[in-house]
Design a protein around this ligand. Structure first.
Ligand SMILES: Nc1nc2c(c(=O)[nH]1)N[C@H]1C(S)=C(S)[C@@H](COP(=O)(O)O)O[C@H]1N2
Ligand SMILES: [Mo]
Length: 253
């Protein structure tokens, strides 16, 4: 009952955009503390709405003439495993993106499948925690489109990205919540600056997550899982750098 009531409260209050945003709201609203707040009065309810709206805000986008002439690479610039080298050799024709975990329809998608979906192109600024930035153009399907195809189950709270590279023996991975997963600028980019993504920048696809710092933008994505908890994945903090250098899991900018 409470889930329905809180959903109605949010719809009536105007926080609802798409059904996808609602999916996220339900999850937030089902936390006992949040439920209390929702029922404690309209003023606080408005505060919650504002918080949700902030998470939905768009990152700035730029004009083509503002693009950086040089966009440096960082972190892994080639996974350099035999498996990855074989994928590069056949130009990722045999590569498949596996979508699994808590989904109704596990998927296996080729680059052609991803390129045939509705596309979003955006010119955005990448901000690395190490203090450099660069503006580039990114194109690919919305992560939300892919997740809708797979059908994320109610129990899912996070989306995990498993990458092809290892740093000091540990597999690179990252994770985000469902609000960011369905954000209108969160894309699986297979093109950068109107060219197919290079190995240095994360071929065949990398996440673009424009409201967060660079280390969250997983390159070399091989598999995407919807999960209920981050426990038991890596060291449990939700990402390679979070696990190993104590970077924040939520790196909002
Ligand atoms: N798989 C993987 N993804 C990664 C990294 C990495 O080392 N491996 N480095 C991260 C960091 S710290 C940054 S700043 C960006 C760099 O992206 P770029 O090489 O396209 O500039 O990728 C991020 N994604
Ligand atoms: Mo970074």
């Amino acid at each position: 009952m409470s889930a329905i009531l809180t959903r109605r409260a949010l719809v009536a209050g105007g926080a609802a955009g798409t059904g996808l945003l609602l999916a996220g709201c339900d999850r937030i609203a089902s936390a006992p503390a949040t439920r209390k707040i929702l029922f404690s009065g309209e003023k606080i309810n408005l505060g919650l709405q504002r918080a949700l709206t902030d998470r939905a805000a768009l990152a700035p986008e730029f004009r083509p003439d503002q693009m950086s002439p040089v966009f440096r690479t960082n972190g892994t610039i080639n996974p350099n495993t035999p498996q990855y080298a074989a994928m590069v050799a056949d130009r990722f024709a045999g590569w498949r993106l596996a979508i699994g975990g808590l989904v109704q329809r596990p998927l296996s998608l080729s680059l052609a499948d991803l390129a045939a979906m509705p596309q979003r192109a955006q010119i955005t600024r990448h901000d690395c925690v190490e203090g450099w930035s660069a503006i580039g153009k990114w194109q690919g399907p919305l992560l939300g489109t892919v997740l809708k195809l797979a059908g994320v189950r109610d129990a899912a709270r996070y989306i995990v990205f498993r990458c092809a590279d290892f740093i000091r023996g540990a597999a690179y991975y990252e994770s985000i919540d469902l609000i960011d997963a369905f954000h209108p600028q969160t894309i699986l980019a297979w093109a950068m600056n109107d060219q197919r993504l290079s190995v240095g920048h994360g071929a065949p696809i990398r996440l673009r997550l424009e409201r967060q710092l660079g280390y969250k933008h997983a390159k070399y994505v091989m598999a995407i899982d919807a999960v209920a908890s981050l426990d038991g994945i890596g060291k449990g903090k939700g990402g390679y750098w979070e696990d190993n250098v104590n970077y924040d899991w939520y790196a909002g900018i």
